[in-house]
Design a protein around this ligand. Structure first.
Ligand SMILES: [Zn+2]
Length: 321
């Protein structure tokens, strides 16, 4: 059996390495209450064997999995949801109403991801998407509560990173499973000032104003911890949230400065500007890694952020015309 990298991060909560690109880039979570399990995010289709090994390591079986809850339908979060559902006969899939149709028929997700990543990289990194039977899918309402053997999980509608994004509030731990709504924070970039956060402005529905309101919603719950997909648990969200709010504003401002310029080459210029900005920001936070190492850690995000901001500028132009 290959080694599965997972660890407890709170009472009944385990953080699992998904294996996407490099260790430490993308995680997902298992919540245990009595003999019932819920997965929050799933990694990709390639992650699913590891997730089933975690179930086994906890002394349970796939029939004990009650919920599979992708925070949104981007493939680093939901790519494995269909295959995991196929392996867990009793599980229900809980998803944002705007994501439900894509879990039932993943053709558009496949097409969208192929456009973003290219066909070969998509097949290698994400595998194939498995459809979920419609009767197993619950389109969650904002504020809806789900019972996991007495443990209460609340779905919160949190657009901004994506318009199909929800977070889960777990009252027992006082923690929020934030998907990408509380930003990205790689442990390699921690400093004596603590975690360094930035905003993923991934295609295709970045909405900075909606995102700030979603952060208001999360902070109104006064969470003790935030469980990030990228990467793992961070504490003191009230101290850190303003860093993320500023990152959302800064990245939107970088895009707006390119708003009037020609489309040709704009995405490359955005990527250069984002790279400079994020490296300087990490430095201000006290990061002393070599610049090449920071670029390497952020490589996937720099490209996706530039693509997402370019898509956002085009949407703004369409909305104005
Ligand atoms: Zn993500």
């Amino acid at each position: 059996m290959p080694h599965v990298d997972f660890k407890p991060v709170a009472d009944g909560i385990y953080c699992v390495e998904t294996g996407l690109y490099r260790p430490g880039l993308a995680s997902c979570y298992v919540i245990r209450a009595e003999d019932r399990l819920a997965f929050i995010d799933t990694g990709t289709a390639n992650t699913v064997p590891a997730l089933l090994q975690v179930v086994d390591a906890l002394g349970l079986t796939p029939a004990d999995v009650e919920y599979v809850i992708p925070t949104h339908v981007h493939l680093d979060h939901a790519g494995g949801a269909g295959a995991l559902m196929a392996a867990c006969p009793r599980a229900k899939l809980i998803v944002h109403p705007k994501g439900a149709a894509h879990m039932i028929d993943p053709a558009k997700l496949t097409a969208g991801a192929t456009a973003v990543y290219g066909e070969a990289a998509f097949a290698r990194d994400f595998g194939a998407l498995t459809p979920v039977a419609p009767e197993r899918v619950i389109a969650a309402d904002d504020g809806q509560l789900f019972d996991l053997a007495g443990r209460s999980l609340m779905f919160i509608d949190t657009p901004g990173h994506a318009n199909h994004h929800g977070c889960i509030y777990d009252a027992a731990s006082g923690g929020v499973f934030s998907g990408d709504t509380f930003g990205i924070s790689y442990r390699e970039l921690d400093t004596e000032s603590g975690p360094w956060l930035f905003a993923p402005t991934t295609p295709v529905a970045f909405d900075p104003d909606a995102w700030q309101l979603s952060l208001d919603r999360i902070m109104a719950l006064a969470p003790r911890a935030v469980f990030l997909t990228h990467y793992c648990r961070i504490d003191e969200p009230a101290r850190l949230v303003d860093d993320l709010r500023r990152s959302i504003r800064d990245l939107a401002d970088i895009a707006k400065r390119e708003e009037a310029s020609a489309d040709a080459g704009r995405q490359q210029r955005l990527e250069q500007a984002i790279t400079r900005h994020l490296i300087d920001d990490a430095r201000r936070h006290g990061c002393r890694l070599e610049e090449a190492r920071i670029r390497e850690l952020l490589a996937v995000d720099l490209a996706l952020n530039a693509q997402g901001l370019e898509v956002w500028l085009r949407r703004r132009a369409r909305d104005r015309s």
